[in-house]
Structure formats: C-alpha cells, structure tokens
Design a protein around this ligand. Sequence first.
Ligand code: PHE
Length: 366
Amino acid sequence: MTDITSQTEAALAAIAAATSLDALEAERLETLGKKGWVSLALKTLGGMSPEERTAAAPAIQSARASIAEALDAKKAALESAALEEQLARETVDLTLPAAAAPKGSVHPVSQVMDELAEIFADLGFAVATGPEIEDDWHNFTALNMDETHPARAMHDTFYFPDKTGEGKDILLRTHTSPVQIRSMLDQGAPIRIIAPGRVYRSDSDATHTPMFHQVEGLVIDRDIHLGHLKWTLETFFKAFFEREDIVLRLRPSYFPFTEPSVEVDVGYSTEGGRRVVGGHGDAPGHAWMELGGSGMVNARVLEFAGLDPKEWQGFAFGLGIDRIAMLKYGMNDLRAFFDGDPRWLAHYGFSPFDQPTLSAGVGARA
Ligand code: PHE
C-alpha cells in the first residue's frame, strides 16, 4: 500500500516536473505503458484471491486514475505552450509598409485597360465582354460581312477545324466588334459600352503581333450623330494622354459595319526619338498617326442585332490598346509587350498600388 502511495507521489511529481512532451511520454511509459509499474500491478490482481483483490484493487486503480489524469492535463498544458511559442516565432508584422515587400508589376496593357475603364466610366460607359473564341456569325456576318465579303480576307483569321460539320465556323475573334452584336442582342437599346480585350490575326512584325488588344466602343441611342463620336473620342484622348492640345483628324474610310466610316488619326511630334502626342499633325515637326477605326453603326448591323434603325442610331469605334499604350508610355517595339521578359516588365510595369483614378491621374507614375 505505502509502496503504491509513494510510487504514485513520485510519478505525479515527475509528471509535474516534465518540461517536454518527450519527457512526459517517458513518464507515461514508466507508469501506464504496457510494462509500466501501474499496468504490472494491475496484472497481479488476476492472480489474487477475491478477498486480496478487494483489498488491493482500489489503491492501484486510484493510482492509475490520478496518474492518467495528471498525464492528460500536463500534455494539454505542454501542447498549448508549444503552440504559443510557435505563434510567437511565426509572427507576421502586418503594420510593415507593404511597398517594402517583394511584389510583381502590372503590365502596361492591363494598366491602360484600367485607365480606359476609368475614363469611360466617367462618361457613362459600362464595360462589356465577349468570348475570344467566337463564331463566324458574330465576328463577320452580323457585322455586314457575308461569306463572300472581301473584307473577310483582310482579317487573316485563325479558324478552328470544323467539327460540327454544320459549316458554322468557329474562330479566334479578329476584332472586338462582335461584342457590339452581343451587347445589342443582350441589352437592347439604348447602350453605352466599351469592350476591351484580346483579338487575333495571323500577322507579325514590329507593329503587329498575332494576338493584340483592342477596345471597342458602342453608343446606341436616339439622334446620335458623328459629332457625338468626335466629341467622345476627343474627350477620351485628352483624358487619356493628360493634355489639352490633342488634335484628331477623322479621315473618310470604309468598314462594312459603319456608314459613314472614319479612321481616327492623332497629331504628334517626335522629341528625342520619342513620339509625343499633341498638336496639329500638319504643323511643322508634326505628323499624323492612325489610332483606329470608327463610324456610325450601319443600319444593316442594327437590323442583325434586332434593333429598328428608324428608331435607333449609334456610333462605334475600335482602337488598338497596345498602340495607344506605346504612344503614352514610349515603347517602340510591340513584340516586347508579349515576350514576358521580367526586365522589360520591371522597367515599363506599374505598381499594383498605383491604381488609375481620374482624381489622382490616369497612369501617373509613382
Ligand atoms: N473592327 C475594326 C477593326 O478591327 C475597327 C472598327 C471598330 C471600325 C468599330 C469601326 C467601328 O479594324
């Protein structure tokens, strides 16, 4: 009896003194483990007479219970201490300035898309999207380019193999103009959207890549005329380039989906080998640069998109995002946009913390 009592006291003291989970486990093995003295003592009960067992059992069982309880309590205490210690060791100081942490940069194309959305949102335009894998009808037919239309050949289209056998060709969209059709069919009129995104043409040199970016603009309402188009483009470019002396030239052109159609040129000068937008293109030291196409939406296109051309008119434009990005930020080779060279991105990229806003400046570099 006294033996068990003193052994139990010694075990409880050792458990209380254990400073690690390993030391605690060693103590468990010595007491409650298969060969621990408590387990061995319990085994001796089997060989006793009922009277002896009745006399001996309560002491052994209470020793087992108190040791088990002490082991559990100590284990919980050691584990929570270990967790506290780990939490203290792995602390992240969220009050450190975020700019000091390693970070990536925002590609100029993404930056310019954000700038476009910001400026056009201020003019009441929503951002619309459409699929890059498009069908022939939305990319061509509904835009007044039927199968035999020569303009189709000019688009250097990437087609997918015809798996349906229905002659319903699937292709990579060659321009963002199919989003005009999708928006009109989805929303009806009136409409005021821009649709920035990727487009694809089988073409490649210093100013052309097989994938590039366009932003489509579409306004449909009553009594819309060419003056609205010119004002919108001028207002946009002044905000985008952050200067007032932007001069646009609208040059008569042809697109099957607009009538009349105009190409949009902007005046620029060359300073230190860099093209700088601004001023009249015919002024000394100046020239015109083409930025995109536009015009009044062709009545046939409105009909394809389910609108009555007697009730609704509108204008549309399509601008090359990469081109206006090059002009604004002074890059001269379009191909470098898509090389993924981290040095180019480090140089021309934008801080993720430098969100373009009209109040702080669209694209102002930190
Ligand atoms: N979709 C034309 C292109 O890619 C541009 C354009 C858009 C022209 C809208 C007129 C109106 O060349």
